[in-house]
Design a protein around this ligand. Structure first.
Ligand SMILES: [Zn+2]
Ligand SMILES: [Zn+2]
Ligand SMILES: [Zn+2]
Ligand SMILES: [Zn+2]
Ligand SMILES: [Zn+2]
Ligand SMILES: [Zn+2]
Length: 496
């Protein structure tokens, strides 16, 4: 097999892994696409319900745009009026809509009073003011102005009361927004410069890649955060906030605050000569910049690299803390995982600089080989690194909530493999890139760092092993760790 064919094989391997992340059937919709989809759903339901469009929208919104569950409820009631009354579309007692001159109960001015079918009346100015406030508060399902009256105001009526064109447009925007928010198959791209929503076929938690380049979690809108679940991510973020505010306000034990401050700061002292060192790259293998010292150590645990090497430092040693009081041990445990979480996050940010370094190197290679394709392995290496670093970061939030048992040990083994591979790749790209000729460089990146001898993507494989899918059982969350071995697939279920 020539080297070209070999490259082609690797290429397709990479592509397969990518497809697994993004569903082809995802559709990305602009606000006008969304309006069209929404109106289509309304017309469709209208043909059965025989009510006007605004009422139909209110009903569909109430049933989260699930036409079938709306129709089920509709057919349960033989009497359409009864159904509409229950849905707060028409009042219990139908009265002719009055229009009379009297004192408005809200502003106490003598004026022509108008109102809804519930016969709650007010002057036009008061209605306009009330509805504008509701629309500005992002509401599209607006109840009657009278307290205790739950009657919903149909869209047509709302637009009649708010005469201002800008406000009418705002109302349409709010309507579309609430359509997306209520519909379980839709979610907005979280980027503030992007106005697209994604429409999916299956609502499970997974990563979405918007055409604008943003990658986000379909369920919670955060950046990709596997293997940690959306719920535990929220808990973890709360913990991080607590720690940050404690470290800045100085509540609680002062020695703990010092530890938290230490975790949050960008500089650490060299364990040997105490020179302050600021980390300027993603790799956690650190060389003291004091020329007389040159001590090499692990940034995560501060131990000598000579003893440490690319060996595990991902496991919290609970035994060492056993004799201490529980709350103290718990705090140390949090510090352990938080420190690693923060450091990998920092590395992730610092490794963004690699894109530039690598581009320079890619230009050099292109000049030498006259081939653009030849340079792509470096680009891929950086992409793989950043994706795997992100996963690695979240494994520490995951591990914090993981119960200690055999599954946890297995998880830690996978985590250790991923961590070692990530640090090796990072160290290589940051430090050794310029030392080799193209052929050696490619050889090293592809065959030593990215692939194992049998050709699978080493880092993606480690990451895949760690990927954890979550699903909600009746009262508790469960985790599945999917382990894809070379020849078999096994599933381990771990309930927290
Ligand atoms: Zn009034
Ligand atoms: Zn009313
Ligand atoms: Zn987007
Ligand atoms: Zn999420
Ligand atoms: Zn030193
Ligand atoms: Zn270490």
């Amino acid at each position: 097999m020539s080297s070209d064919e070999e490259d082609y094989g690797e290429e397709s391997e990479y592509e397969t892994d990518e497809i697994e992340m993004d569903d082809d059937s995802d559709k990305f919709l602009t606000p006008s696409d969304l309006t069209a989809e929404m109106n289509l759903a309304i017309t469709d339901a209208q043909s059965i319900l025989q009510v006007n469009a605004g009422v139909c929208r209110l009903l569909l919104q109430k049933f989260k745009w699930n036409k079938n569950s709306l129709l089920d409820k509709f057919y349960e009631n033989p009497d359409t009026n009864e159904f509409l009354t229950k849905s707060n579309i028409i009042p219990c007692k139908l009265e002719p809509i009055g229009s009379q001159s009297d004192e408005c109960e809200i502003c106490c001015m003598e004026s022509e009073l108008v109102g809804l079918q519930c016969n709650h009346l007010a002057c036009r100015e008061c209605w306009t003011h009330y509805l504008s406030e509701r629309v500005k508060a992002d509401q599209s399902e607006i109840e009657c102005m009278t307290t205790d009256c739950k009657l919903l105001i149909p869209d047509e009526q709302i637009k009649k009361f708010i005469c201002d064109e800008n406000l009418k447009n705002s109302f349409d925007r709010v309507t579309i927004n609430n359509y997306v928010e209520a519909n379980p198959y839709l979610t907005w791209c979280p980027a503030d410069y992007c106005s697209k929503a994604v429409k999916v076929v299956n609502t499970g938690t997974r990563l979405i890649t918007c055409p604008c380049g943003t990658i986000f979690c379909f369920t919670c809108g955060n950046d990709g955060h596997d293997p940690v679940s959306c719920r535990h991510l929220k808990l973890w973020q709360k913990k991080c906030e607590e720690v940050k505010s404690k470290a800045t306000t100085g509540d609680g034990y002062s020695s703990d605050n010092d530890t938290f401050k230490w975790i949050l700061s960008n500089t650490k002292d060299c364990p040997q000569c105490l020179t302050a060192i600021e980390k300027n790259g993603g790799c956690n293998r650190i060389l003291c910049r004091n020329k007389k010292c040159m001590f090499e150590f692990c940034w995560l645990c501060m131990k000598s690299w000579a003893l440490h090497g690319y060996s595990p430092c991902n496991t919290f040693n609970e035994d060492a803390e056993k004799n201490r009081v529980d709350s103290r041990a718990e705090l140390l445990r949090l510090q352990f995982y938080l420190n690693r979480f923060m450091e990998h996050d920092r590395s992730l940010q610092l490794e963004k600089k690699l894109v530039r370094t690598v581009e320079t190197q890619m230009e050099k290679i292109q000049d030498l080989t006259k081939s653009w394709t030849e340079t792509q392995f470096l680009r891929k290496a950086v992409d793989v690194l950043s994706e795997c670093r992100r996963t690695l970061k979240f494994t520490y939030a995951f591990a914090y909530y993981l119960e200690r048992n055999n599954h946890a040990l297995l998880f830690e083994t996978n985590q250790k493999d991923l961590e070692m591979a990530v640090e090796q790749l990072s160290g290589f790209l940051e430090k050794d890139l310029e030392n080799d000729d193209v052929a050696t460089l490619k050889q090293k990146v592809i065959h030593r760092v990215l692939f194992e001898s049998d050709g699978y993507y080493k880092l993606f494989y480690f990451r895949f092993k760690i990927r954890v899918a979550t699903w909600n059982t009746v009262a508790r969350f469960s985790w599945i760790i999917v382990l894809k071995e070379t020849s078999r697939t096994s599933i381990i279920i771990h309930v927290l």
